[in-house]
Design a protein around this ligand. Structure first.
Ligand code: GDP
Length: 365
C-alpha cells in the first residue's frame, strides 16, 4: 500500500501521534483491516462513509476500505544531510515514502523541552526543509556529474536524457532559491526522467500542526497554526491540525466515553480520520468501489488512470484481458439503489476511460 512518513524535530509529538494512529487502527480492526508490520510501521484503513452506504445497499458480508501505511521516521535533526551515519539513514527512509507528514509543534508546555528553546513553527519547518533541500542538491550534483561524463545508464534514450538534464537544471535553481522541487513545473516526460532520483522535495508534504488540548475546538485561532498555514501555502503543501495528546487520550477511552470526552473539548469527532483522509487526497489518490453480496471494497487508483489500468489494480489479468468497464457514478447508484435499476435508467456507462473520479461498477465480461 501507499506509504506516508511521519517526520519532525524531536519532542514535537511524532510518536504520540503515530501511536494514536496505531491504537485507533487496532480499535477499528473489526471495521478496517489493520496491522503493525514493524514497531514503527502501521497500516490503517481510510475512513469513507460511502463504503458503508454501498455495503448496506448491497447487503455485503464485509466492507473493505482503502489503506495507507504510516511510518514513524524519528531522528531527523539539523545537520542530518551532512551526517555520514544516522542522518543519511533517516533521509533514505524518507526516500522510500510516497508522502511526508511533518509534525510541527504548536503547543506550549514548559514540561516538554523544545530543541530550540521555544515553540517556533517557522524555524522547525525551515530546519527540516533545508535538510531535504541539501539532500536533493547533493543527489542532483552527483547525477549531473554522471550525465556530463556520459556515465548515465545506456538504457535511457537520448530524448529522455535531455529531458532529465533540462529538468535538473531548473530544479537545482529552485533548490538554490530554497524552493522545493515540486514547485517546478515539469512535463510528463521530465517527471518520468527524474523519477529514479526519488527527490525528497518532490514528495507531497502535509504539515500536521500539533495543538494543545485547549486549542482543538478553534485551532485556526492559534497564532502558531496561522503561521503554519501561511508557510504551507507558499510551499505547495497541505495542513491538518490535530492534537496528538487528545488523540492518544481518546484511544485509551472506551468507545462510549469518547464522544463525551471530545464534546467536553468542543469537537465532534477525532482528528485522525481527517488526517488519514487528507493524506489520501494529497497523494492524488482516487477511490472506486466494487460492491456485491460478498463484499464492498474501495480500490485505490491514481488520478488519470485509464479503465484498463484501474481494472489492473484488482488483478493484472483484468488489465491484460480488458474488454470494458461498466460504471455508474456513486450518487446515481445510491439514488437508483441497485446496478440493475441504474442500468434501466440509463445511468450506467460503458467506457474505456474513467472520466469521473468515483464509481460503483461491475466489470463487463
Ligand atoms: P517525538 O519526539 O516527536 O516523537 O515526540 P513525542 O511524541 O515523544 O512527544 C514528546 C513529549 O511531548 C511527550 O512527553 C508527549 O507527551 C508530549 N506531547 C505530545 N503531543 C502533545 C500535545 O499535543 N500537548 C502536550 N501538552 N504535550 C504533548
Amino acid at each position: 500500500s501507499l506509504k506516508a512518513g511521519i517526520v519532525g524535530l524531536p519532542n514535537v509529538g511524532k510518536s504520540t501521534l503515530f501511536n494514536a494512529v496505531v491504537e485507533n487502527g487496532k480499535a477499528q480492526a473489526a471495521n478496517y483491516p489493520f496491522c503493525t508490520i514493524e514497531p514503527n510501521v502501521g497500516i490503517v484503513g481510510v475512513p469513507d462513509p460511502r463504503l458503508h452506504v454501498l455495503s448496506d445497499l448491497s447487503k455485503s458480508q464485509r466492507a473493505v476500505p482503502a489503506s495507507i501505511e504510516f511510518v514513524d521516521i524519528a531522528g531527523l535533526v539539523k545537520g542530518a544531510s551532512q551526517g555520514e551515519g544516522l542522518g543519511n539513514k533517516f533521509l533514505s527512509h524518507i526516500r522510500e515514502v510516497d508522502s511526508i507528514l511533518q509534525v510541527v509543534r504548536c503547543f506550549e508546555d514548559n514540561d516538554v523541552v523544545h530543541v530550540n528553546g521555544k515553540v517556533d513553527p517557522k524555524s522547525d519547518i525551515d530546519v527540516i526543509n533545508l535538510e531535504l533541500v541539501f539532500s536533493d542538491m547533493d543527489q542532483i550534483e552527483k547525477r549531473m556529474e554522471r550525465l556530463k561524463k556520459g556515465k548515465a545508464k545506456e538504457s535511457q534514450s537520448k530524448v529522455k536524457e535531455e529531458a532529465e538534464k533540462s529538468a535538473l537544471d531548473r530544479i537545482q535553481q529552485a533548490l538554490l532559491d530554497g524552493k522545493p522541487a515540486r514547485s517546478v513545473p515539469l512535463t510528463d516526460l521530465e517527471k518520468d526522467a527524474v523519477r529514479h532520483l526519488c527527490l525528497l522535495t518532490m514528495k507531497p508534504i502535509i504539515y500536521v500542526a500539533n495543538v494543545a488540548e485547549s486549542d482543538v475546538s478553534a485551532a485556526e485561532d492559534n497564532p502558531h497554526v496561522k503561521e503554519v498555514m501561511n508557510l504551507a501555502s507558499g510551499l505547495q503543501s497541505g495542513i491538518v491540525t490535530v492534537s496528538a495528546q487528545v488523540e492518544s487520550e481518546v484511544t485509551e477511552l472506551r468507545p462510549e466515553e469518547r464522544t463525551e470526552y471530545l464534546k467536553s473539548l468542543g469537537v465532534n469527532e477525532s482528528g485522525l480520520g481527517n488526517l488519514i483522509r487528507a493524506t489520501y487526497d494529497l497523494l492524488g489518490l482516487r477511490t472506486y468501489f466494487t460492491t456485491g453480496e460478498k463484499e464492498t471494497k474501495a480500490w485505490t487508483i491514481l488520478t488519470g488512470m485509464t479503465a484498463p489500468q484501474a481494472a489492473g489494480v484488482i488483478h493484472s489479468d483484468f488489465e491484460k484481458g480488458f474488454i470494458r468497464a461498466e460504471t455508474v457514478a456513486y450518487d446515481d447508484f445510491v439514488a437508483a439503489r441497485s446496478f440493475a435499476a441504474a442500468r434501466e435508467k440509463g445511468l450506467v456507462s460503458r467506457s474505456l476511460t474513467f472520466s469521473l473520479p468515483i464509481f460503483a461498477y461491475k466489470w463487463g465480461s
